[in-house]
Design a protein around this ligand. Structure first.
Ligand SMILES: Cc1cc2nc3c(=O)[nH]c(=O)nc-3n(C[C@H](O)[C@H](O)[C@H](O)COP(=O)(O)OP(=O)(O)OC[C@H]3O[C@@H](n4cnc5c(N)ncnc54)[C@H](O)[C@@H]3O)c2cc1C
Length: 409
């Protein structure tokens, strides 16, 4: 069969691939969007049952398409997110090929050869929108976990009934870890939460959602080439936030009050004992300091916008340091029966056969312009702006990248 030719291939029909597609359509650039599953596949297959977006509905915005409901301060459930993204795919008439997995990409002639589960394509330009969170990251210490303790990642956790009866150690206190620790504690489980570097935020500040402040004050619009240490900013953990109908704050004080035992960073597992680092006081002080600095920057911005109707400044109780936090846990004692590794995610580029990955397998790019002619990436942390991985962040990044792509054609 002759190989099908197309100007641009977009890999992935999550919200970023679809945002790029809508911009390509607007410029009449011929393209296809290849998706291994269905539209919004990650939200359909890789999330737990109770998850809601932590970004408010008012920030569910894609090019020419936005949340139209009556609750701008609410948070979408997973079926609602899937409907929202599928609605955008339909409204933008994306040229979709679902159930089409990209298995290999290599350079060929003046473009690329894309092998898929449905046959090969040849293209001049390529957009990698395959996601930043394809695989859960589990640290090497997992090797030391005894067989009597079951290990889970956020990909195989659906609800508390997914885990065997008994206590749970949740490792990692970013958005995923704090949400799962909270849900498990509320289900009546004994829960220990192992906390390393983290980002503390209140859900609301001066009467508005904290993420409203991030957007309105311009922080989320900061560009990757204006930030001193972009590599560090790209590795920042996700904030301790939950999207709940109560608009509740879910910081470590709230978790401790709900009965979660806070322990230090999991440093090692030796002879069946988990060893936690003793630096909780410092970790807490640092997270509190950074939160307060951020709130101060909101206050400074609000002073320059006197027309804003916001409540007076607030400050929050420092994170309470537990009395004598334990430094080790015998994993064989039966006190806990499972571990949930909420230790982050990473992309999966096993199909990408181009010299564009560094030694740790990370994609090398400059604001989404990949180091291979005509190849682009979108949806990665701080790709072009602080907001790059969020739904409302896709539009500006997609516009910039499609402009570059059009010029390269
Ligand atoms: C637990 C969790 C909670 C989050 N909460 C929020 C939130 O509240 N608000 C917010 O704005 N953002 C949130 N995010 C971040 C945001 O969802 C992600 O950044 C987003 O999913 C990225 O969109 P994307 O389109 O780039 O990737 P994805 O949505 O992951 O889409 C990538 C698509 O590519 C497909 N694909 C991958 N590999 C291949 C292949 N080889 N061939 C064909 N198709 C392929 C996948 O099936 C998938 O459909 C959250 C992320 C996670 C993990």
């Amino acid at each position: 069969m002759p190989t099908e030719r197309v100007t641009t291939v977009v890999i992935g029909a999550g919200h970023t691939g679809l945002a790029v597609s809508s911009m390509l359509t607007a410029r009449s650039i011929e393209h296809v969007v290849l998706e291994r599953g269905e539209v919004a596949n990650s939200w359909r297959r890789e999330r737990w049952d109770s998850l809601r977006l932590l970004t408010p509905n008012s920030q569910s915005r894609l090019p020419g398409y936005r949340y139209q409901g009556t609750d701008p301060d609410g948070f979408m459930t997973m079926p609602e997110v899937v409907d929202f993204i599928a609605g955008f795919a339909a409204a933008s008439a994306a040229p979709l090929r679902t159930q089409t997995e990209v298995t290999h990409v290599r350079a060929a002639g003046d473009g690329y050869r894309v092998a898929t589960s449905q046959g090969d394509l040849a293209c001049r330009t390529l957009v990698i929108a395959s996601g930043a969170c394809n695989v859960p990251v589990v640290p090497a210490v997992r090797e030391g976990v005894p067989a009597s303790v079951a290990c889970f990642t956020p990909f195989d956790y659906r609800n508390p009934a997914s885990l065997p009866e008994g206590g749970v150690l949740v490792v990692g206190a970013s958005a995923t870890g704090v949400q799962l620790a909270d849900e498990l504690a509320r289900s009546g489980r004994r829960v220990l939460l192992s906390v390393g570097e983290h980002v503390r935020l209140p859900r609301t500040y001066r009467g508005r959602d904290v993420l409203w402040w991030m957007e309105a004050s311009g922080i989320w619009n900061q560009r990757y080439d204006e930030i001193d240490d972009v590599e560090r900013a790209r590795k920042l953990p996700s904030p301790q936030l939950i999207g709940s109908p109560q608009r509740a704050t879910l910081d470590l004080n709230a978790l401790a009050a709900a009965g979660v035992e806070i322990v230090g960073r999991l440093a090692a597992i030796r002879d069946g004992r988990a060893l936690f680092s003793g630096g909780l006081r410092n970790q807490f002080a640092l997270a509190d300091l950074k939160m307060n600095r951020l709130l101060e920057s909101f206050d400074e911005w609000a002073l320059r916008a006197p027309e804003l109707a916001v409540a007076p400044p607030e400050r929050f109780e420092p994170t309470r340091v537990p009395n004598a936090p334990r430094l080790s846990l015998d994993l064989g004692s039966g006190e806990i029966r499972s571990i949930v590794w909420a230790t982050g995610f990473k992309p999966d580029y096993r199909w990408l056969d181009l010299p564009v990955l560094d030694r740790k397998g990370r994609l090398q790019h400059d604001g989404g312009v990949v180091a291979a002619p005509g190849v682009y990436a979108i949806g990665l942390p701080m790709l072009r702006r602080r907001k790059s991985t969020f739904i409302h962040g896709a539009e500006d990044d997609a516009r910039d990248l499609v402009e570059h792509l059009a010029a390269s054609l």
